[in-house]
Design a protein around this ligand. Structure first.
Ligand code: AHR
Length: 507
C-alpha cells in the first residue's frame, strides 16, 4: 500500500514584494577567548599550515569559504574581565592571567594586534567589544584611542610602536556583553547598565563620532528581565546607540525533535518582540532614528547534555563547548538563518557563535587537520547566495503540532533576489522527520525561467555528523526531479532537510 502523500506547500515569489536588503554583516561570526577557539584553533604557531604569525592557513581558507563578513571579538563572557593592554606589545612582556569567565589560563599571546592581522588576512570587518563588567568609560575610550587614533598621543603612539602604523579603523563596537546575565562578571541591573552604556557611548563618540555602537539586549527571550531590560536600556541610551543585541541558543531537549526543528518560531518571535520594544521606545521618546538589531550570538548549543569537558581547572586552551553537529542540527541551524533573513529589514548585523572549535562550523585538531561541521554548509550557501533583496514569502501548506510551539508549518522558507545578476535563491527547510514535502512555487512575479541548481542537506541518518575520522561524511548533494515549467517550480523536499534552490531570472 502506498503511503498517503503530504499535501503540497505553496508560495508565490514576486519581485515587487521586498522585505529589505541583506546587510553583509548578517553573515558575521564570533571569536572568543574560550576553549580552543583562538589557541589551538585559529592560532597555532608551529602547526605545519601556520603562517609566520601563527595563523593556520587551512583554517583561514575554510573561514573564507564560509563567507564570514564580520567577527565579534574578544567575547562573550570573556570580555567582562578583558584587559586589552595585556594583549598588545612584545609577547614576552605580556602577562599570563586567570580568565574568570571560563576558569582558564590566558597567556595573551594572541591579542588585539593578532586579531587585526587575522581580520586583514581573512578580509573580515572587526566588531570589537569593550569591557563594561570590571571596567568602564575611561577604559573604553583608551582602547578606542589605542586602536583608532592616527597618532601623536601616548596611546596611539603605543600602537604605532607595536608595529601598527595605520589606525585600525574599527567602526562597530559592542558596549559590553550579556550584562543582564547573573553569570556575567560585573552583572548589572538594566538601570545601571543603561546609564553606563549611554555614558560610554557618549565618550567614545566624542573621540570618533561615526562609530556604530551596540547596546546589550537580553541573553535570551527566556530570561526574566527580557522586554523590560531592552526598554529600560534604550530609554537611557537611545540617542547614543545604533543597535540592540540579541543572543539565543537552541538544543534538542528530552528527545523532542519536532520542537527543536521548530526553534526558528521562537527566534522570529524574539526578533519581532525586540523590534516592537525598540519602536515603542522610539515613539515614547519621539525619536527620529530607528534602532536596528544585532543578533550577535546565535547557534545550536547543547548546554543541557552531560559535558565531556567541564569548565574547570585553569588549563590553557581546554576543550570546551566542542559540540559535534548532526544533520538535524544543521537543518535547525539553516532555519535560524532563514529567520534572520526574513527580518533583514531590522536585523542588520548577526554573529554566528562561534567560528572555530567552540560551538563552531569549523573544527581543528592540534597538529592535525581542519574540517567542516554539518552547520558549515547552510551558512556558506546563505553567505554566497543570500545577498540582495529578501522577498516576502508567505507559505500556504501543511502544518504539524509540536509540544513546545503548538501548530507550526512544515515548510520554513525565504527567498533572496540579487537584482544585479538576476539570480533568485530560495532557502527552505522541511521540518517533517518522516515525510517528503511537495513544494510548488509560483514564479510569475519574478519571471524566473531556469533552475540553476537545487542542493540538499539531508541524510538517511539524521544523526550523521562529520568527525576527525570521517570529515566528509555529510555534505550537500544535488536534488533530482526539481523542475521549472510554465512559471512554476515543482519539487519535493526530503524529510528533515535544508535546501538551497537557485533560479535565474530573464535578463
Ligand atoms: O558563546 C558562548 C557564550 O555564550 C558567550 O561567552 C556568552 O556571551 C554566551 O552566554
Amino acid at each position: 500500500m502506498s503511503r498517503p502523500r503530504t499535501a503540497p506547500a505553496r508560495l508565490t515569489l514576486d519581485a515587487a514584494f521586498g522585505i529589505g536588503s541583506v546587510h553583509p554583516r548578517l553573515y558575521g561570526s564570533f571569536i572568543e577567548h574560550l576553549g580552543r577557539c583562538v589557541y589551538n584553533g585559529l592560532y597555532e604557531p608551529g602547526h605545519p599550515d601556520a603562517d609566520q604569525a601563527g595563523l593556520r592557513q587551512d583554517v583561514l581558507a575554510l573561514i573564507r569559504e564560509l563567507g564570514v563578513t564580520t567577527v565579534r571579538y574578544p567575547g562573550g563572557n570573556f570580555v567582562s574581565g578583558y584587559r586589552w593592554e595585556d594583549t598588545v606589545g612584545p609577547h614576552e612582556q605580556r602577562p599570563v592571567r586567570l580568565d574568570l569567565a571560563w576558569r582558564s589560563t590566558e597567556t595573551n599571546r594572541f591579542g588585539l594586534g593578532e586579531f587585526m592581522d587575522f581580520c586583514r588576512k581573512a578580509d573580515i570587518e572587526p566588531m570589537m567589544a569593550v569591557n563594561l563588567g570590571t571596567r568602564g568609560v575611561e577604559d573604553a575610550v583608551r582602547l578606542l584611542e589605542y586602536a583608532n587614533h592616527p597618532g601623536g598621543t601616548e596611546l596611539s603612539d603605543r600602537r604605532i610602536g607595536h608595529g601598527a602604523k595605520e589606525p585600525y579603523g574599527i567602526r562597530m563596537w559592542c558596549l559590553g556583553n550579556e550584562m543582564d546575565g547573573p553569570w556575567q562578571i560585573g552583572h548589572k541591573t538594566a538601570e545601571e547598565y543603561g546609564r553606563l552604556a549611554a555614558e560610554t557611548a557618549r565618550a567614545m563618540r566624542m573621540l570618533q563620532p561615526d562609530l556604530e555602537l551596540v547596546a546589550c539586549g537580553s541573553s535570551g527571550s527566556d530570561i526574566a528581565t527580557f522586554g523590560s531590560w531592552e526598554a529600560t536600556v534604550l530609554e537611557a541610551a537611545y540617542d547614543q546607540v545604533d543597535y540592540v543585541s540579541l543572543h539565543t541558543y537552541y538544543e534538542e531537549i528530552d528527545g523532542d525533535r519536532d520542537s527543536f526543528l521548530a526553534s526558528a518560531v521562537d527566534m522570529e518571535h524574539f526578533i519581532e518582540s525586540v523590534v516592537a520594544t525598540c519602536d515603542h521606545v522610539r515613539a515614547r521618546l519621539k525619536a527620529g532614528k530607528r534602532i536596528n538589531l544585532s543578533f550577535d550570538e546565535w547557534n545550536v548549543w547543547y548546554q543541557k547534555r552531560p559535558n565531556p569537558h567541564p569548565v574547570g581547572d585553569w588549563q590553557e586552551a581546554p576543550r570546551l563547548l566542542e559540540d559535534n553537529y548532526s544533520v538535524t542540527d544543521a537543518v535547525v541551524f539553516g532555519s535560524l538563518i532563514i529567520a534572520l533573513l526574513r527580518h533583514a529589514d531590522r536585523v542588520t548585523s548577526a554573529s554566528l557563535a562561534q567560528l572555530v572549535n567552540v560551538i563552531a562550523p569549523i573544527m581543528t585538531e592540534p597538529g592535525g587537520p581542519a574540517w567542516r561541521q554539518t552547520t558549515f554548509f547552510p551558512f556558506a550557501q546563505a553567505s554566497s547566495y543570500g545577498r540582495g533583496r529578501v522577498l516576502r514569502v508567505e507559505v500556504d501548506g501543511p502544518t504539524h503540532t509540536t509540544a513546545k510551539f503548538g501548530e507550526v508549518p512544515l515548510l520554513h522558507a525565504t527567498a533572496v533576489s540579487d537584482d544585479d545578476t538576476g539570480a533568485v535563491t530560495l532557502f527552505a527547510v522541511n521540518r517533517s522527520q518522516s515525510e517528503a514535502l511537495p513544494l510548488e512555487v509560483d514564479l510569475h512575479g519574478i519571471d524566473a525561467h531556469s533552475l540553476t541548481e537545487h542542493l540538499v542537506l539531508a541524510d538517511a541518518d539524521p544523526d550523521a555528523r562529520n568527525t576527525l575520522d570521517q570529515p566528509e561524511r555529510v555534505t550537500p548533494h544535488p536534488a533530482t526531479d526539481t523542475t521549472v515549467t510554465g512559471g512554476v517550480l515543482r519539487t519535493e523536499l526530503a524529510p528533515l532537510s535544508w535546501n538551497m534552490i537557485r533560479l535565474t531570472r530573464r535578463p
